[in-house]
Design a protein around this ligand. Sequence first.
Ligand SMILES: Cc1ncc(COP(=O)(O)O)c(C=O)c1O
Length: 441
Amino acid sequence: MYINIVFVYLIVGMIDISVLDQQIVWHPYSPLNDTVYPEVIRAEGTRLFLKDGSSLLDGIASWWVAVHGHAQPELVKALSNQAAQLDHVLFAGFTHAPAVSLANKILSLLGKHQARVFYSDNGSTAVEVALKWALQFHLNIKETSRTKFIAIEGAFHGDTFGAMSVSGRGLFTDPYQSILSKVDFIPFPTEENKDMVLEQFETLCATFTHAAFIFEPLVQGASGMRMYSASILDSCMAIAARYDVLTIADEVMTGFGKTGTLFAVQQVKHSPDMVCLSKALTGGLLPLGVTTCNSKIEAAFYHQPKDKMFFHGHTFTANPIICHLASVNLDLIAAPHFMENIQRIERAHQRFVQTYQSNYTDVVESIQCLGIILKVEFISPGGYLSSIRDRMYTFFYSRGILLRPLGNVVYFLPPVIITDEELNFVYETIIQCIEEFQNLE
Ligand SMILES: Cc1ncc(COP(=O)(O)O)c(C=O)c1O
C-alpha cells in the first residue's frame, strides 16, 4: 500500500497539474468534461500570471473580490502577522480583538442603523443568516403567520438552499425546485412597469404572511448586471416598512464601492433591517461572510430564554486571520484614494457609455454603467447559455483580458487600482469584440 502511494506520488509529481486537475477536481459553474484549464501560478495587481508564461488582466477582480488588485502588500502582511499571533479559536464562549475591531469598522461604515454583526463564511451563508434571523424574529415576537419571503425575479443570492429559494427560479435552481422554500417574486422593476410592480408588492405585503423582502440593491449581479432605479427600491422599502415586512439588502456583490457609493443602499432613503456582505470584504484574499442587523432585530433575540436564541454557527466563525485581514482591508477602503479611484473609473465608464450607447444597435441591446460596473448586453437568445458567450470569453482571453460574460452580457468590473491605460485597452477590446460580432451577423 505504502509503496503504491509513493509510486503514485512520484508519477503525479511528474505529470502536468492540468491533467490531474481534469481527473479529480470539479470546477464551479463549469461543465464536467475533459477541458484542461490554464494554470495560474501567481497574481499581482491587476494581473494573473499563467504557467505558459502569459498573463491576463483581471477585468472582473476574480468574481468581484480583489478590489485593490491581487496580493496587495498590506493585506498579505496582515494575513501572515495574524496567523503567527492567533490563528484560530472557536467563537462560541470566546472573543478576540480581530472580530470585535472588524465589527466596529463594519458598523461605522454602514452607518448608525445597523447594531450587530454576525460572522459566517461566504456570501451564501451571509444570506442564510439573514433569512433565518427574519423567520425567527417573527416567531420570537409571537407573530406566527410570517413564513414566506418576497424576492425579485432574476435575483441571485447564492447556492445554499435558503439562498437558492430566494433566487430567481430557472436554470440554476430547477434541479432542486422540489425542496426550495416558499417565496413570492415580484417582476424585475423598470421605468415602464414600476406602478404595476409596486402595486403587486403592496398586495403581497398586505397578506401579512412574509417575514422579509430580500434584494440586491440597484443591480442584480449574476443575472447579467441588471440595473434598476433607487427610487423604485426606496418605494418598495417604504411599503415593506408599513406592513412590518423586514428588509434584507444583499450587498455581497454591490458592497464596497461597486455602485459608486460605498454601499448601494446609501443611494436610497430607507435603511434595511439587515445587510449581507462578503466578496470584497477581505480584499479578495480569503472568504468571509457578514450579516448585520438593526436594533429591532437585535431586540427580538436579546435576553430571551435559551430556546429562543439563534441556533447557528459555522466552525470557522470569526476566524481571527480573516477578521484581521478584513479589518486592514476596511482601512484601505476608508482611505480617500479608494473612493477617488472608484470615481475615476466611474467617469471613464460614463464616457464610454456616452460615446457608444447609440452605436451598434444592430447587435447590441444596451450599453450601461453604474459605479465601476460597465455592461454591454448583446442581442442574442439563450440567456446564460447564450451561444455567443464562449466566443466572447475566448475573444477577450486571447487578447490578454479576463472578462467572463454572463450569457450574452459582457461586463467589466475591475480592481480599483486599474490604470487609465489599462481601462482604455479594455474599452478598445470591447469595441473590437462588438465589431467582430457585427461582422459575423
Ligand atoms: C448578490 C450575491 N449574493 C450572494 C452571493 C453568494 O456568494 P458566495 O458565492 O460567496 O456564496 C453572490 C455571489 O455571486 C451574489 O452575487
